[in-house]
Design a protein around this ligand. Sequence first.
Ligand SMILES: *[C@@H]1O[C@H](CO)[C@@H](O)[C@H](O)[C@H]1NC(C)=O
Ligand SMILES: *[C@@H]1O[C@H](CO)[C@@H](O)[C@H](O)[C@H]1NC(C)=O
Length: 993
Amino acid sequence: MLLFLTIFLILCSTPPILGLNQEGLYLQSVKHSLDDPDSALSNWNDRDETPCSWSRITCDSSGSVYSVDLSNTNIAGAFPSLLCRLPNLTFISLYNNSINSTLPLDISFCQNLHHLDLSQNLLTGALPHTLADIPELRYVDLTGNNFSGDIPESFGRFQKLEVLALVSNLFDGTIPPFLGNVSTLKMLNLSYNPFSSGRIPPELGNLTSLEVLWLTDCNLAGEIPDSLGRLKSLKDLDLAINNLHGRIPTSLSELTSVVQIELYNNSLSGELPAGMSNLTALRLFDASMNQLSGTIPGELCTLQLESLNLYENRFEGSLPPSIANSLNLYELRLFGNRLTGELPKNLGKNSPLRWLDVSNNLFSGEIPATLCERGELEELLMIYNSFSGEIPASLGECNSLTRVRLGHNRLSGEVPAGIWGLPLVYLLELEENYFSGKIAKTIAGAGNLSLLIISKNNFTGAIPEEIGWVENLVELSGSNNRLSGALPESTVNLRQLDTLDLHNNELSGELPNGVESWKKLNELNLANNYISGKIPEGIGKLSVLNYLDLSGNRLSGKVPLGLQNLKLNLLNFSDNHLSGDLPPQFAKEMYRNSFLGNRGLCGSSEDLCDSRNEAKSQGYVWLLRCIFILAASVFTIGVVWFYLKYRNFKKAKRAIDKSKWTLMSFHKLGFSEYEILDCLDEDNVIGSGASGKVYKVVLTNGEAVAVKKLWGGIKTECESGDVEKGCVQDDGFEAEVETLGKIRHKNIVKLWCCCTTRDCKLLVYEYMPNGSLGNLLHSSKGGLLDWPTRYKIALDSAEGLSYLHHDCVPPIVHRDVKSSNILLDGDFGARVADFGVAKVVDASGKGPKSMSVIAGSCGYIAPEYAYTLRVNEKSDIYSFGVVILELVTGRLPIDPEFGEKDLVKWVCTTLDQKGVDHVIDSKLHSCYKEDICKVLNVALLCTSPLPINRPSMRRVVKLLQEVGTEIHPKIASKDGKLSPYYYDGASDLGSVA
Ligand SMILES: *[C@@H]1O[C@H](CO)[C@@H](O)[C@H](O)[C@H]1NC(C)=O
Ligand SMILES: *[C@@H]1O[C@H](CO)[C@@H](O)[C@H](O)[C@H]1NC(C)=O
């Protein structure tokens, strides 16, 4: 029969005039309905009779189209429903294209479809409920689109579905219990959706064929249901990044097939479940970042574990010694617990240990000599423990090591020579121990070494000349040792050097020649040594130098004139033997402290030396005179101050008497409204904006608050005080303010309270010591913000905005996102401020005139505002994009230098014409370029001219977080300086997530 048919077909096909068959015609229409910029479908032509020879088309034996695979072809346009006219089509993949608009209901006409892959496209809207009507459907992957709404109820009725993947969309309902009816499911992956808070439906325990269950970052709350223990086929369980509470149910120890369990980043508590020894297939277990307690059970060691991550919990006691018998263990991360005792003596002897992180615990005893016995150890992280003894010599031969952090322990003795020269190590940190001996010459072999941190030890001897061979060295921090001799000449070969900090040592000799080759040097601190000779002229050529401290040495000669070219945050040459004239720029009062204690400089600046030298000559007489003057002035100031205070107090009293104040407070207050009123005078103004003036008020309890006094224009129409209440409610002000006051989020400035009276309204906010991002970034202090800080500011504020847009009911549109509305706390954590205030002002019924108030600020206004005159979330996202551009470029949103253009246009044209290097702020370190470019791309998405193309705030957060998986975030250390190495755990999160 088939043979006959084939012959027939061949016969019929001889005359070429027959033309394309029906299926081919359908596919041609599909082709025409799509945008095909790369001509991927160019051989879909009408000279053939069947489409079977076309690229990306497969036919079955009857010559009918069976599969259409257009993955990765860059095609764009709506989903081509015409495909469903192909009767035998079983396979569609449009993976990774730009398929947009919604998925049509008539997709159910694809009655023979088995496999539907539309992942990584731009589909929006609701899922078509008709999908479940396709009887043969086995595989549905819609990952990475913008589908929203609920998962349709019909999805509980799939007949044969085995794979359902809806990862990274915008579904915002809850995870529906009816999915538990799809008993054929083998893989269910709903991760990374902004679901509203809900529980894991216990019904999912009915999916007994399930092998993969991924519910990462799905806003899950409540406990893990016992029923999950019934998933006997489950191999991979991932419930990470949710708000799950309670204990890990014992039933999970019945998952006898499970290979991988991920529970990190929840609020799970209690002990690890008993019976874990039943999980004989388990290879990877990660329950980090919870509140688990108790001990780490020895049972775990009977398993074939390869990776065990339990960091940032509350585990106590010592590590079961049998962990050293785990034959496959290559990753062990236990940092941030309260573990005590010693590490097992033969850890690493039996297993190919690669990553060991036990930092921030209470471990003691010696470092096991066997850690690198298999020659695979890459990361050895043990900071902040009480390890003692010497570094085992065996580690000096561990050539696989890349990261060694032993800081903040009680280690002693000489560092094995091999350690200094390990070929792949890029971070060697030995800070704050009792190490002694010299830096060995073997350091010449450390070809990859980038960060060498050995401060606060007892190292002695000269720094070897060989240090100059370590070409990749970015930081050399060796302060507070007893290093001696001269700084080797070879150090000028260290062209990558960013930080050279050797203060508090015994260095002598002169500074090397040719320091101008330190093109990237940002910090030079050689204070408190015995360095002599002149300050090299070349120092004035270090254009990115920011911190220069050579105080407490024996430097002589003149202060180089070139120093005036530098933009320094700190300059300290005090206590040296410098002489001659100061460069004019420095001959000022504000630089006085930078040059104190240099006898030879006295002539050059009036008040530079009189304090010290005259004091010597005139002795106590002078001192007494000083004290007297001081006392007199304190007294006078006191009297004046008291008088002013008293007057203000009376004034305020009067004001208060005149009009009654209503106070709405949203937090427990430690102050009264009168205290605030007392301080609202012009001296305390710290800012002024479209909606009002801002005052800083220091309360009697020492705390500071920021008070925003809304312009008088918003007062109510009421005339007499007695109907005040009703009137205020009319204007909607209080209702609005109450919504704002209820918001609690780490990246949103807290509104403490609101005081209103007939003609004045005050909003009292928490005070942010580092002021606004706009002020800092665009001032001379912009250089203080390095890339990791800027990145964190972007992410923080994105999270704040995302909270306003997605987690508040009703959603709150900020309406005035700009860098001066992003405030920075003491650690440069960013918080969004002033949200919704514009609306409050508007709600007071000023009508269209106040439109200028709500439209936002110049340079931040989304283009569509020009014709819609409406602001919505999308306009916030545009403005936020501008803020990121400011962070990346360091430029103002509008600048005369741009001519007609604003920042957005300037960036676009400069990118096109000159390339990315001309866009990125030159103050940023080039080592971050890759990350900066990624963030720049996010900004460009946000500032896309069409609102629809802008990602949601939630997605912006995701996109920014993805950049962060590679970055090592800098975390402020105790002394307030930003240091990338303070806490290892944080920098390692990326690899876990
Ligand atoms: C979908 O993509 C096509 C082709 O690029 C484009 O012309 C159309 O405007 C897009 N539609 C939407 C709603 O974005
Ligand atoms: C293809 O579809 C045609 C028409 O529906 C049907 O007759 C034929 O049996 C199908 N072929 C296969 C292999 O399913």
